[in-house]
Design a protein around this ligand. Sequence first.
Ligand code: ATP
Ligand code: MG
Length: 389
Amino acid sequence: MEPVLLVRYAEIHLKGLNRPYFERSLMKRISLALRPLPVRVVREQGRVFVFDIPEAAMDEAADKLTRVFGIHSVSPALAVEKDWDAIVSAAKLLVGRRIEGLSEASFKVIARRADKRFFMRSQDICRTLGGLLLEPFDRLRVDVHEPDFYVGVEVRQEQTFLFAEERMGAGGMPVGTNGHAMLLISGGIDSPVAGHMIAKRGVRISAVHFYSYPYTSERAREKVIELTRILSGYAGEVSLYLVPFTEIQLAIYEKCPKSETTVLMRRLMMQIAERIAQNCGAQALVTGESIGQVASQTVESLTVTNDAVSLPVFRPLIGFDKEEIVTRAKAIGSYETSILPYEDCCTVFVPQHPVTRPKLEDIRRSEALVDFAPMIETAIAATEQLLIE
Ligand code: ATP
Ligand code: MG
């Protein structure tokens, strides 16, 4: 009897040639998520099995896999010989653990016989095993319609797998199967959620953050690193680029119309983010913007921001209310860090009366008041790169 994790993935995207690629990526993501455990990841007929996990690490390993994109669900399972007595004792062991501390529980058995040579048919396994499980546990009853839990039995070519628990996974697609994007990450609530949503579609994420030391503190920087670390719990390793932005921000503040500072700042951030994206092979930019949330996120402002770059800009939160974003931030575990009160470079320089309907020609004219090109080069040259995992 050997403990193993049984991983289910959604097969819906798996047409033709895509399938082996998807499966290989998923297996790689599973190994990476469980590092440094030297696990053995095996694929068999629409399932992935993870062997060689020490018993004591099982629970945490299963939990980690629920955050790996591409996984539909995970079951801590037992692998046994294709022998009826072995199947029954493993089922009893799992059920005993599953109902520990419960005064009563209902269950049913669901059997799948991938190996048609096995001497019992699925229906017979369900019925016979169900009956045998009632014997030692008097708190247990069968409910075939709405059971509290089910005992899964999968008879496969080499072994039989049993489980009594199924933990829902994150869904989506394995990171790395859908290109590479550059997330503009602030210390706020929105951008980590935006990064999570894009990573969930299988996109590898790099991140860029602009800081304005000494107007922003060391702790604001630590906060962004921590948010990136939380994101990397889902997205795998993330390269974080930290760009010094003070010189540009001061130039905007001193030389351009005050009401336009935020929009100009957003355009310059986008231009630098695009340059860094191109340098590291990212094919799109990602932001946490949503329509109308602040002056710089009106339709007009977003249009003016877009004009600064030619890479596509993905804004997965575009139609979300703040409340919906907060709910997601809490669910992924970034919220508590995002609300720590350290200054962001945007908040330091916000104008009192920002334009809400900037005109492209006006903004371009204001931007031309300053020769930003050398400042952009300086900022990129002084950019620090951290690998967060
Ligand atoms: P967030 O909660 O993500 O900070 P926000 O509602 O505060 O968003 P803004 O400050 O206008 O909105 O920023 C909009 C988007 O611009 C952010 O979601 C992020 O993608 C990007 N951004 C803002 N500030 C920075 C920064 N200092 N470094 C990198 N990206 C930033
Ligand atoms: Mg912000």
